[in-house]
Write a protein that binds this ligand. Structure first.
Ligand code: 5RP
Length: 218
């Protein structure tokens, strides 16, 4: 197992303490969350059920015998556990490398507490080295791309990828994101955008970062 995978498991382990007994839990998407789902197997008796941000996570949860319910049927969601592609010191994130950003953002909006788990490679001073994923209605792809160029970025169509919602992804390169909240709002104002992968207005509440020297919590 490589070092990064070991760190992902460490971050996932450190998030177990956030499980709330007899409550629903929100589950994100990605390789770090997959480590958390594996660990959740030993704790599944403690939770009511899960809500999931992707078909992939739902499948993995159900394979372990963990019930997945619709977010619409959940009155209270104390905790949401998810990874990130980048995180800064304000716990603002870029997410959506796996293309699940819209459902992730919806669950994060509902959750009382958003716990982000990541290995140290995700921690950055300024967001934007990782291309910002933007979910777009298919017929608006070229329009949205032109508008993104006006914002100073370099959008690239994620060929062959369709989101769980039936939409496409534009990955926005060449942006140094010094004002994440402003850019998040600007991009969401473009007609045809479903949402973008900046989690700045709804940032994480806790960041668990696994490093070579141990767990750091912010
Ligand atoms: C998926 C996401 C993931 O949280 C993000 O891509 C991080 O994934 P990984 O844990 O595999 O690095 O936002 O849409």
């Amino acid at each position: 197992m490589d070092k990064q995978q070991q760190l992902k498991i460490q971050a996932a382990k450190a998030a177990l303490k956030y499980i709330v007994d007899d409550a629903y839990i929100g589950i994100g998407t990605g390789s770090t969350v997959n480590c958390f789902i594996d660990l959740l197997d030993d704790h599944k008796h403690r939770i009511k059920a899960a809500v999931s941000s992707s078909e992939a996570s739902t499948k993995k949860l159900e394979q372990l015998g963990i019930e997945v319910v619709s977010l619409n049927d959940v009155d209270q969601l104390p905790v949401y556990i998810d990874g990130a592609d980048e995180a800064n010191e304000n716990l603002e994130l870029i997410k959506g490398g796996g293309g699940a950003l819209t459902r992730e953002k919806i669950i994060a909006a509902v959750a009382d507490k958003f716990v982000c788990i990541a290995d140290e490679s995700k921690y950055v001073k300024t967001l934007g080295d990782f291309a910002l994923p933007i979910e777009v209605l298919p017929m608006a792809r070229s329009h949205v791309a032109r508008e993104l160029v006006k914002l100073g970025g370099d959008p690239v169509y994620r060929h062959g990828f369709v989101t769980d919602n039936g939409n496409v992804i534009l990955d926005l390169y060449s942006m140094e994101i010094t004002h994440p909240k402003t850019l998040e709002t600007q991009i969401n104002q473009i007609t045809g955008v479903v949402t973008n992968g900046l989690f700045a207005h709804r940032s994480a509440d806790h960041l668990i970062l696994a490093t070579d020297t141990g767990i750091q919590e912010f």
